[in-house]
Design a protein around this ligand. Structure first.
Ligand SMILES: *[C@@H]1O[C@H](CO)[C@@H](O)[C@H](O)[C@H]1NC(C)=O
Ligand SMILES: *[C@@H]1O[C@H](CO)[C@@H](O)[C@H](O)[C@H]1NC(C)=O
Ligand SMILES: *[C@@H]1O[C@H](CO)[C@@H](O)[C@H](O)[C@H]1NC(C)=O
Ligand SMILES: *[C@@H]1O[C@H](CO)[C@@H](O)[C@H](O)[C@H]1NC(C)=O
Ligand SMILES: *[C@@H]1O[C@H](CO)[C@@H](O)[C@H](O)[C@H]1NC(C)=O
Length: 441
């Protein structure tokens, strides 16, 4: 293209020169025409082809210029078009890229869609299989519910059984405890039995030994018994003045029997015929029992009407009554000729003279009065005083004092103000009245 341009420029210079020449030529054309007519004949033959050529060339050049301008126009047009095409191309390229991207996106989306679809399919198949499992499980679940109900029923019955079991266990434990206690008792008793057996063995051994000793001593005793005068068993406690306690006496009509001897309350040698110290003994007894006597020397007792009658029949006897009231004040009453008659006369009472300090002669109203029990009424009251006052006594129209009354308000003695001294301890003691001689000795 450039080569063409240079050649074209050179060509254009030559062409201008020619045009200048020709124009000058034309100015003088009228002249020339003459010349020409003259020359034509001369030069025509040589110059004409050249001039034609120039003309041709000029035409061609003009053509070419036009064409070149056109070409340039076309060129710039082409360039514009080219640029446009380039732009379009760029745009197209851009759009193609975008399209690619979009396509990729679409592809990716398709891919994702496929994946999702696969997943959905997988999930669907899973759901299907789970549904099948659920379908399979439904009867099992029903069975489970049934079982659950049965278990609940069983559990409740088990619970009630447990409660029963606990109760049984508890009573069993109680029984065990009882058995344990009984066993302990048995062990204790067994121990006691063993100690008792041991004691018994010892006693047996001792008695065997004593028997042996007795056998050894027998001849000596016999000789002594023969040589010595017979030992007399006393009729009262006088010989045991220095040895109070339980001793044997021999009284005609009753024979041998034990008495409690007292040497503390009023001097030595007293027989205790009645005693109230503990309140354990029942004094509401019938005639026969009062006749015979009852109770224990260790606590409360009554010696017996027949014995008292027999003793008091032997010698003149004094009665000493020891009294302690509920305030622990000690009193005494004394009668110097105490005696009771025989049974046929109802063991009637005789007293003799009263003496005492700070108390009245409470038994006087019983003087010459027969003994009364709930089963033998010899009192002068309308009712049976013994039954009414729950004890046997020498009741007149009942009493001022009743030393056999049950513990409580009825056991009392007549106080100095004629009011009742409530008693909590009573003892009746007898001994033969001593002659002046005896007292001196
Ligand atoms: C019975 O009770 C005892 C003590 O409370 C307990 O140790 C034991 O386990 C119980 N037995 C039963 C069968 O409940
Ligand atoms: C009693 O005597 C026998 C033999 O005579 C003896 O074996 C036993 O141990 C004695 N018992 C007591 C308690 O002393
Ligand atoms: C002594 O002899 C009398 C009669 O001879 C008899 O009754 C009495 O039991 C004897 N006493 C003793 C301790 O043996
Ligand atoms: C008891 O006394 C009587 C007399 O009253 C007498 O005959 C009898 O032998 C005495 N008994 C004893 C064991 O001393
Ligand atoms: C004592 O009273 C009874 C009736 O209770 C009577 O049979 C008996 O003869 C009376 N005794 C005396 C000695 O009066």
């Amino acid at each position: 293209m450039c080569k063409i341009k240079i050649n074209a420029a050179v060509f254009l210079i030559v062409l201008k020169m020619f045009l200048v020449a020709t124009s000058a030529f034309e100015e003088t054309c009228e002249f020339d025409r003459e010349m020409e007519k003259k020359c034509r004949i001369h030069y025509y033959k040589t110059v004409k082809p050249l001039l034609d050529y120039f003309r041709q060339v000029r035409n061609e050049l003009e053509d070419k210029e036009i064409k070149e301008n056109k070409l340039n126009e076309l060129n710039s047009d082409l360039m514009e078009k080219y640029h446009e095409i380039v732009r379009i191309h760029e745009k197209f390229m851009k759009e193609a890229t975008l399209l690619d991207e979009y396509k990729n996106k679409v592809l990716k989306g398709e891919n994702d869609l496929q994946l999702s679809q696969n997943k959905v399919e997988k999930l669907e198949s899973k759901i299907k299989s789970q549904k099948q499992i659920i379908d399979k499980l439904t009867p099992i679940s029903k069975l489970y519910d049934k079982c659950k109900k049965e278990v609940a029923d069983k559990t409740s019955s088990l619970e009630s059984s447990e409660v029963q079991l606990k109760q049984l266990n508890f009573s069993l434990l109680e029984k065990d405890e009882n058995i344990r206690r009984l066993n302990a008792n048995i062990e204790k008793i067994t121990e006691q039995q063993q100690t008792l057996k041991l004691h018994l063995d010892e006693s047996q051994n001792m008695s065997i030994k004593k028997n042996k000793d007795n056998q050894i001593c027998r001849p000596e005793i016999d000789t002594l018994n023969k040589t010595l005068p017979n030992i007399v068993i006393p009729t009262n406690c006088s010989p045991f003045g220095d040895y109070p306690g339980v001793h044997q006496v021999n009284v005609s009509g009753v024979g041998l029997f034990d008495v409690l001897c007292d040497s503390q309350l009023a001097g030595p040698g007293w027989i205790v015929i009645q005693q109230r110290v503990g309140g354990n003994e029942d004094f509401n007894r019938d005639w026969a029992t009062y006749r015979k006597g009852f109770g224990s020397f260790e606590s409360d007792f009554f010696l017996g009407l027949e014995k008292i009658h027999r003793i008091t029949s032997l010698k003149r006897t004094e009665l000493f009554i020891h009294l302690v009231d509920v305030y622990k004040t000690v009193y005494f009453a004394r009668y110097d000729d105490f005696k009771i008659s025989d049974e046929d006369n109802g063991y009637a009472l005789s007293l003799g003279t009263f003496s005492g300090a700070f108390i009245l002669d409470g038994m006087r109203s019983s003087e010459n009065i027969k003994f009364t029990t709930f089963d033998r009424n010899n009192d002068s009251a309308r009712n049976n005083c013994a039954a009414q006052y729950e004890s046997g006594w020498w009741y007149n129209n009942c009493y001022y004092c009743n030393l056999n009354a049950p513990y409580g308000p009825n056991l009392h003695w007549l106080g100095t103000t004629m009011s009742d001294m409530k008693l909590k301890e009573v003892k009746m003691l007898i001994r033969p009245e001593r002659s002046d001689e005896e007292v001196i000795n």
